[in-house]
Design a protein around this ligand. Structure first.
Ligand SMILES: *[C@@H]1O[C@H](CO)[C@@H](O)[C@H](O)[C@H]1NC(C)=O
Ligand SMILES: *[C@@H]1O[C@H](CO)[C@@H](O)[C@H](O)[C@H]1NC(C)=O
Length: 165
């Protein structure tokens, strides 16, 4: 009986130390300098670095007004000329709850709302590919469509933007 209890304790200690090791190596990974070669997969670890790029591809070639915020940060009102882009960088928080939402509007195109970054879609092993550089094209196909493209421009994942947050 006491033997069983002891082996349980040993197992528990082993599990706890494994978790600590994983946690510490996750932290180490996120501290790798930007110029270091990136590992093949774009990392879904806590504190992963993210770079969101928004491209104005609206069909009537108007300037795109963008206003993005997270729970903690308001990125202000940005004007993106047609066929230009704007970007921002952040780290996914330790609990992986980081989320940025944006309002998009342009003359003749209406106003649309979209979660430009959310962990379940952009930083999760299931579903869409994880992006470290998350490149979005607004309004290329429809006023209310936004597409995430791969770095080589292939395979867009398109989403319908909402009428409200
Ligand atoms: C839009 O931008 C891309 C990339 O910067 C460029 O290759 C392309 O020629 C531009 N299109 C127009 C119509 O200006
Ligand atoms: C959306 O786009 C079409 C052309 O692609 C345009 O005719 C229409 O007026 C646009 N604006 C709105 C607010 O739907």
């Amino acid at each position: 009986m006491s033997f069983t209890n002891k082996s349980h304790v040993v197992t528990l200690l082993f599990v706890i130390s494994s978790i600590l090791v994983l946690f510490v190596s996750a932290l180490d990974f996120s501290n790798v300098p930007a110029e270091a070669p990136s590992s093949g997969e774009d990392g879904f670890l806590p504190l992963a670095k993210k770079h969101v790029v928004i491209r104005n591809k609206v069909r009537n070639r108007e300037t795109l007004d963008v206003h993005c915020h997270s729970r903690d940060d308001d990125l202000g009102l940005i004007h993106i000329p047609w066929n230009q882009s704007w970007d921002f960088r952040f780290h996914v928080n330790i609990w992986k709850r980081t989320k940025f939402v944006c309002q998009f509007s342009w003359l003749g195109g209406g106003t649309h709302f979209f979660s430009i970054f959310k962990v379940s879609r952009d930083d999760s092993i299931i579903g869409y590919p994880v992006c470290q550089e998350c490149i979005w094209e607004v309004g290329k196909y429809h006023n209310d469509t936004i597409c995430r493209i791969n770095s080589d421009g292939s395979l867009p994942f398109c989403f319908k933007m909402g009428d409200h947050f």
